[in-house]
Design a binder for this molecule. Structure first.
Ligand SMILES: NC(=O)c1ccc[n+]([C@@H]2O[C@H](COP(=O)([O-])OP(=O)(O)OC[C@H]3O[C@@H](n4cnc5c(N)ncnc54)[C@H](OP(=O)(O)O)[C@@H]3O)[C@@H](O)[C@H]2O)c1
Length: 311
């Protein structure tokens, strides 16, 4: 049997991946950051895993690379590697060094990002690229998943929305991009992790949606599906940066997003790949389907903002 480790299991891509892998069996491993009393949401997520019968949990903390040891990785064959927005190179190196000491690890499936081969690339792209190089040099088989901007960002990232919740603000002009649903990314990852042959070894895949949209078109889709007025306002990069910083996001994450916006704005994230169709044998999830499936979350967000505005 192949033993899989999912890092970033409490994150958006990892969470869906865990859901899909659980349909096969519950024997795979999940990693999470160190538990401490200041992080009740992590405690809740871990409880949710245990309640589903997922009990193979390992503490691997990117803030403390010493927590990544070969003892914890021994017996794992395949690692799904998610990098948060800091310590990426240090932790990738540490993962590879410790994985090399095991007798088991064979294959690294790394969550990377589309656009990393562009010149110039982005802040995040450069780091992902260097992390990919570290993995290549480690000698393991690898598969790099490089998704476009996630559709789910239109729900989660509240700093994109005006205080009345009816307008979302991004510095994207009217550039179109092939936004992708996180569920497609996770399902592609699950399929690759379960593949018995070596057909995905040493490959890099751009994972995209099947259509291109600009933000005005996205506003129209959201408006139709939510039955509420939703508008898009283009803002300057400086304004977007200020908005992001006022939410308390880490500077690394802000730089990452600002640069990602830039390459979308420049029309360089338009590429539609056939990866979802080829690997999953179906079309990518459409923006309409994404919006319908997240109707309640999208409505709550708009309503939450409207309440904030009235107070
Ligand atoms: N956003 C996009 O549109 C986009 C597009 C393409 C590629 N990507 C790439 O996708 C990756 C992010 O994936 P995601 O959306 O699933 O991220 P996410 O939802 O932000 O999750 C990040 C994961 O990393 C974990 N993490 C954070 N700090 C940690 C630490 N100190 N030690 C151990 N784990 C830690 C988080 O744990 P907690 O739950 O405990 O915080 C969480 O499980 C990034 O590499 C990004 O470059 C993003």
């Amino acid at each position: 049997m192949t033993t899989i480790l999912v890092t970033g299991a409490t994150g958006r891509v990892g969470w869906h991946l865990v859901k899909i892998l659980s349909l096969y069996d519950k024997e795979f491993y999940l990693s999470h950051r160190m538990m401490d009393s200041s992080n009740p949401s992590l405690r809740q997520k871990i409880k949710a895993f245990k309640d589903q019968g997922l009990i193979n949990l390992i503490e691997l903390d990117y803030g403390n690379p010493e927590s990544i040891t070969h003892h914890k990785l021994e017996g794992i064959d395949k690692i799904f590697l998610v990098s948060p927005y800091f310590n990426v190179l240090e932790t990738t190196k540490k993962f590879m060094v410790e994985a090399q000491k095991t007798k088991s690890v064979q294959h690294i499936v790394k969550l990377s990002a589309m656009g990393i081969d562009l010149s110039p690339t982005t802040y995040g792209g450069l780091i992902h690229k260097q992390a990919e190089e570290i993995i290549k040099e480690s000698g393991f088989h690898y598969t790099f998943l490089r998704p476009n901007f996630f559709m789910q960002n239109f729900i989660k990232q509240q700093y994109h929305y005006s205080t009345n919740g009816k307008t979302f603000c991004l510095p994207l002009n009217n550039a179109r991009a092939s936004f992708v649903d996180i569920r497609d990314v996770s399902e592609v990852a699950a399929t690759i992790l379960h593949e018995k042959s070596n057909k995905h070894y040493n490959m890099a895949y751009d994972v995209t949606g099947g259509e291109r949209f600009n933000c005005s078109e996205i506003a129209e889709i959201l408006q139709t599906i939510l039955g509420q007025s939703i508008m898009y306002t283009n803002v300057s990069e400086q304004r977007a940066r200020t908005n992001l910083l006022t939410t308390g996001l880490q500077i690394e994450c802000v730089n990452y997003l600002i640069d990602f916006y830039r390459i979308i704005r420049e029309g360089r994230m338009r590429r539609i790949s056939n990866v979802v169709q080829t690997i999953l044998g179906r079309k990518p999830i459409s923006f309409e389907a994404f919006a319908r499936d997240h109707l309640e979350l999208l409505k709550n967000r708009v309503e939450l903002k409207s309440i904030d505005n009235n107070n």
